[in-house]
Design a protein around this ligand. Structure first.
Ligand SMILES: NC(=O)c1ccc[n+]([C@@H]2O[C@H](COP(=O)([O-])OP(=O)(O)OC[C@H]3O[C@@H](n4cnc5c(N)ncnc54)[C@H](OP(=O)(O)O)[C@@H]3O)[C@@H](O)[C@H]2O)c1
Length: 372
């Protein structure tokens, strides 16, 4: 989810991006070639509106996944992990093994994704990251070396870490004059590159709007080939990237990539979620919403009855689960309400079978006695 301060509009746009869901009906324009069927589990990266229980999307935008894929883990991938992949592979920089990168805002959803992909695909890239000191432990756990983004001099410690050489590529999510100056100074002299992935420095301090438009800032500050911008194309589904998406999914399936989803919330907790994002203090990895908790719980119970799933841990929720995903991370895992739902479901199921058992036994007893 992104909260976009929108120039010229008093209302801000709340941009709900990723989703995992199930195909319910198919429109008439969908080819009848069997590639997409009712009941298929799909992931998607919408531009708007993935927080609805039902959403109408062009069939080309749906990425079919397996029925037993973990919807939480796969749902984390379309925006952040595909953007992170693009930053590493398609942003115009060549990162050969042994390269060093600097990840700005390393603790966030995107920074986490970059680090996890580097590790999962064994890219042999050294990672240094900037973040708040409170998140140092988290960042270290991702294999990233640290620098305090709020230190008076950010560049000197970075250069010390690289024996004065600087990094090959610096990823910058702020794009202010100051941050670009620091990022460039942290790269190798004359050849190091800065890839901008966002213009966070453009947002008013109170989050109510933008200081200047992104276009104005880019016109002034990007300096190709050394300072460029990368964004994930909204239509990546139709391009070569789709096979890369499936490669990433394979890593999740075989356990080599475990996307960090630090909080799972109900849609009714959206206000709280927005507050947490705004404060930023507890942001780590990605945060997700279950859009329709009843439906989700219902399908989890279905899963339990089929004897398929780790429902007690509440993490690997095989089964039909409708949720939408927010592209930000928070500190604590909060899966408890789903565990509660599934536990209630299990207890009800046990009770149901217990009553059924006694009913059948009583019937048998009555028949037996009448028979006598
Ligand atoms: N280009 C693309 O295609 C693309 C795709 C996805 C997302 N994005 C953008 O990339 C940005 C990061 O996404 P995300 O999902 O990682 O966000 P996120 O999970 O909310 O993380 C943002 C992180 O940025 C750090 N931060 C906050 N204010 C900062 C500042 N003024 N200077 C430096 N760091 C700051 C915070 O970490 P600390 O507290 O540790 O500093 C926070 O953890 C967002 O603005 C998002 O819109 C771009």
């Amino acid at each position: 989810m992104a909260i976009l301060p929108t120039p010229g509009l008093s209302t801000r746009i709340y941009n709900w991006v990723d989703l995992v869901g199930e195909v319910v009906p198919l429109g008439t324009s969908v080819p009848q070639d069997g590639n997409l069927k009712i009941g298929d589990r799909v992931a998607a990266r919408c531009v708007l509106g993935s927080h609805a229980t039902y959403i109408v999307l062009p069939y080309e935008d749906l990425i079919r996944i397996a029925l037993d894929d973990d919807p939480i883990k796969i749902g984390a991938l379309p925006l952040n992990y595909m953007t992170a992949w693009g930053m590493l592979k398609h942003s115009g920089v060549k990162l050969s093994p042994g390269s060093t990168i600097l990840i700005g805002a390393a603790s966030g959803g995107l920074g986490t994704a970059v680090a996890q992909l580097v590790n999962a695909f064994k890219m042999d890239i050294r990672m240094i990251g900037t973040c708040s000191t409170s998140k140092f432990e988290y960042i270290s756990s991702l294999g990233i070396e640290l620098t305090d983004r709020k230190a008076p001099d950010v560049v000197a410690p970075l250069l010390r870490l690289t024996n004065g050489e600087g990094v090959n590529v610096a990823y910058d999510g702020v794009c202010s004059e100051q941050s670009l100056k620091s990022s460039l100074a942290a790269t190798r002299a004359d050849v190091g590159k800065v890839v901008v992935f966002e213009v966070m420095g453009n947002i008013d301090a109170d989050g109510s709007g933008v200081v200047r438009t992104t276009q104005e800032i880019f016109a002034e500050r990007l300096q190709p080939p050394r300072i460029t911008f990368y964004a994930l194309e909204t239509s990546f589904y139709n391009k070569a990237e789709i096979s890369e998406f499936h490669d990433i999914v394979k890593k999740v399936r075989n356990g080599e990539l475990d996307p960090v989803v630090s909080k799972l919330m109900r849609l009714s907790q959206a206000r709280e979620a927005h507050g947490l994002l705004k404060s930023g203090s507890s942001v780590r990895g990605k945060m997700m919403f279950v859009v329709d908790a009843e439906l989700a719980a219902h399908y989890c119970i279905w899963t339990i009855l089929c004897g398929n799933g780790d429902f007690f841990r509440g993490r690997k929720l095989h089964g039909k689960l409708w949720m939408n995903i927010v592209s930000h991370n928070l500190s604590e895992r909060s899966l408890s309400f789903l565990s509660l739902q599934t536990r209630i479901g299990l207890l009800s199921s046990i009770l149901f079978f217990f009553i059924l058992f006694f009913e059948v036994m009583s019937m048998c007893l009555i028949i037996y006695r009448r028979g006598i």
